[in-house]
Ligand binder design. Structure first.
Ligand code: G1P
Length: 299
């Protein structure tokens, strides 16, 4: 079987309850970090890794995502007429080409494993990537590109070391042999309590999966949190083909969490020439621990 990864699945059907009311009518993947929606970061990361087909597994409110990855005639015309060619280019260079994007509805929010299973016919029988857009990785080489560069078949999950008290937020691997950035995966468990976690190597939202995983997802086994977990299907494929954790280079931000989302905004702003100085200066005027008065309460 080929080891070229051409397709990527983006589960975007979550309710985003942690960001209400911002996510009342907007998918959480459309929340911007600085000036770009989370989902665009994920799609651009996939493009950088050579992905040619983008499969969105949506829930309600997916219109905003569909529109975002479509041409916008009025806006483009307006920009053209005003001679704003640089802005026009910013709107276009990352747009997938006609026919490269597919949408399928996850009719019920039954879990990440179920969301990925919903894409089975669109994926077919070849290895594919899964990107969770609320995990954002700031890196010199985009995280998925690092992974596809090292991929030799089977299953690969991006992993990072986390504090033991955080294991219950993640899928956690039982590590075997380590070779450079690759860690052999001997076991994987969803959201283990710190005392039960097989290690502190946690999975973040970047996966390269063998289509054999669909055979296990077909069984709709309900796992942690009453959901059909991708992690449980991954545990089931161990031993059938190579399975590695990939210790990526870069800084990962959990944008599904308010503090993580704010940190991402600051880090991405500080990484930009047009914003760095002003944002850094602002942060300097607010040393940690200093009493702050919000505008609302100031009189
Ligand atoms: C999901 C996966 C979990 C993984 C995490 C990474 O959990 O189920 O294994 O570690 O993404 O962000 P969620 O964050 O959706 O609860």
């Amino acid at each position: 079987m080929t080891t070229t990864v051409r397709k990527a699945v983006f589960p975007v059907g979550g309710l985003g309850t942690r960001f209400l009311p911002a996510t009342k009518a907007l998918p959480k993947e459309m929340l911007p970090v600085v000036d770009k929606p989370l989902i665009q970061y994920a799609v651009e990361e996939a493009q950088a890794a050579g992905i040619e087909e983008f499969i969105f597994v949506t829930g309600r409110n997916e219109r905003a995502i569909e529109n975002h990855f479509d041409l916008s005639y009025e806006l483009e015309n307006e920009l053209k007429q005003r001679g704003k060619t640089d802005r026009l280019e910013e709107l276009r260079h990352w747009l997938p080409k006609a026919g490269q994007v597919a949408y399928t509805r996850q009719q019920q929010a039954l879990g990440l494993g179920h969301a990925v299973w919903c894409a089975r016919h669109l994926v077919g029988n070849e290895p594919f990537a899964v990107l969770l857009a609320d995990d954002l990785v700031l890196a010199a080489t985009p995280c998925l590109k690092q992974m596809t560069g090292a991929y030799r078949g089977g299953t690969m999950v991006a992993v990072m070391d986390v504090p033991r008290e955080h294991t219950s937020r993640y899928g956690v691997i039982a590590p075997g042999k380590i070779e450079g950035r690759l860690i052999e995966v001997k076991g994987i468990v969803e959201k283990p309590a710190p005392a039960k976690a097989p290690s502190t190597q946690a999975v973040i939202g970047r996966y390269i999966l063998d289509p054999a995983v669909f055979g296990f997802l077909d069984r709709h086994v309900v796992g942690a949190g009453g959901e059909i977990q991708l992690t449980d299907a991954l545990a089931a494929v161990i031993g059938t083909a190579p399975f590695h954790g990939f210790r990526f280079e870069g800084e990962r931000f959990d944008c599904g969490d308010k503090a993580g989302f704010l940190k991402a905004n600051i880090a991405y702003a500080l990484a930009r020439d047009d914003l760095r100085d002003e944002v850094a200066q602002f942060l300097e005027t607010r040393p940690p621990g200093a009493p702050k008065r919000s505008r609302q309460t100031a009189s």
